[in-house]
Design a protein around this ligand. Structure first.
Ligand code: A3P
Length: 324
């Protein structure tokens, strides 16, 4: 898929980069830093330079596994599953998920690894490296797409549940702007496409199309399918990343153990997720809420639902992609 030349494609460094970023279009958000439009995506303004460093500097390895999502689609769950699948033959005294934040076990390119490249040496990370990102497919470094066999596992989720999940997340977030966000405001910015890493539809369609064009490279998952058949989807993911479960593992209940370890009820009850932190002021617990498919019905009015559905129909009408 060719990358379009759009806002923010300039190759500037240092101070001139700051200047270029400051001149890009801006939108307000529940995030106090606001959003900046870069390569057709509304990014948190405070991490654009991290993303540019990631795009310019990252050197993929063939066995890398990149986990991609738009926020609130089930990133944390997929991180736990993938981590457990890839590391199932390590001999731990205690499973790392029991004591360490999932977001530390599977770091983010833009929030962690490229927030201060001096602190992280990606070349020393054990293989296969499992790293996550929220940036759209079209903005991934060219090297991931063209010059490596590294794989991408994407998770999508029904937009109505993403809105509701984001609304709760926003109001509990330490970097929230001064006022509490109403669910109406969340629907409104969603329908304008001005959500964190949005527009939602471009994000989902970018990875969906890539998964059709390059099925060996991009696996497209849906939160709803993962909920309905976690066992089957965990096997699908394991096969895709080149770590299929053996018959012996299956009959010994290894898949069930992983599914149970990564279940919301288990993860939410762990001390590390009740009291630990992703970043100094951002608690793990904000990432574990209800995990209910269709929770939107409890929070969105019929007119809000109609508005979102109309936007989705308009944006997705030209493709055969179906929301859950
Ligand atoms: P809800 O707010 O609907 O409960 P992300 O990790 O992309 O930020 O997504 C967060 C959403 O995934 C939240 O949804 C959260 O409760 C849900 N979630 C987190 N861990 C989960 C797990 N182990 N199983 C199912 N859902 C999970």
């Amino acid at each position: 898929m060719p990358k379009e030349a759009t806002h923010g494609d300039d190759n500037n460094d240092g101070e001139s980069l700051e200047l270029v970023i400051s001149q890009l279009p801006k939108a307000s958000s529940w995030l106090k830093h606001g959003l900046t439009l870069y390569q057709n995506c509304w990014l948190p303004s405070n991490i654009i330079s991290n993303i540019i460093s990631f795009q310019k500097q990252f050197k993929p390895k063939d066995d890398d596994i990149n986990l991609a999502s738009i926020p609130k689609s089930g990133t944390t769950w997929l991180k736990s599953l993938l981590f457990s699948i890839l590391n199932r033959n390590q001999h731990y005294e205690q499973h790392p998920l029991l004591t360490t934040s999932t977001h530390h076990l599977v770091p983010s390119f833009e929030y962690s690894l490229y927030s201060n490249p001096k602190l992280h040496d990606l070349s020393t990370m054990p293989s296969p490296r499992l790293i996550s990102t929220h940036i759209p497919y079209a903005s991934l470094p060219d090297s991931i797409e063209h010059s490596s066999k590294s794989r991408v596992v994407y998770i999508s989720r029904n937009p109505l549940d993403v809105i509701v999940s984001m609304w709760h997340f926003a109001n509990g977030h330490p970097d929230r702007c001064s006022h509490e966000w109403s669910v109406e405001e969340c629907v409104d910015v969603f329908c304008r496409g001005e959500t964190v890493f949005g527009p939602y539809w471009d994000h989902v369609l970018g990875f969906w199309k890539a998964s059709l064009e390059k099925p060996e490279k991009v696996l497209f998952l849906k939160y709803e399918e993962l909920t309905e058949n976690t066992f089957g989807q965990a096997k699908r993911v394991a096969e895709f990343v080149g770590f299929p479960f053996s018959e012996e593992e299956e009959s010994n209940g290894v898949v069930e153990e992983i599914v149970e370890m990564c279940s919301l009820s288990n993860m939410k009850g762990l001390n590390v997720n009740k009291h630990g932190y992703v970043r100094p002021n951002l608690g793990n617990k904000l990432f574990f809420r209800k995990g209910q498919v269709g929770d939107w019905i409890n929070h969105l009015s019929p007119s809000m639902v109609e508005r979102v559905n109309n936007v989705m129909m308009e944006k997705l009408s030209c493709v055969s992609f179906k929301m859950s």
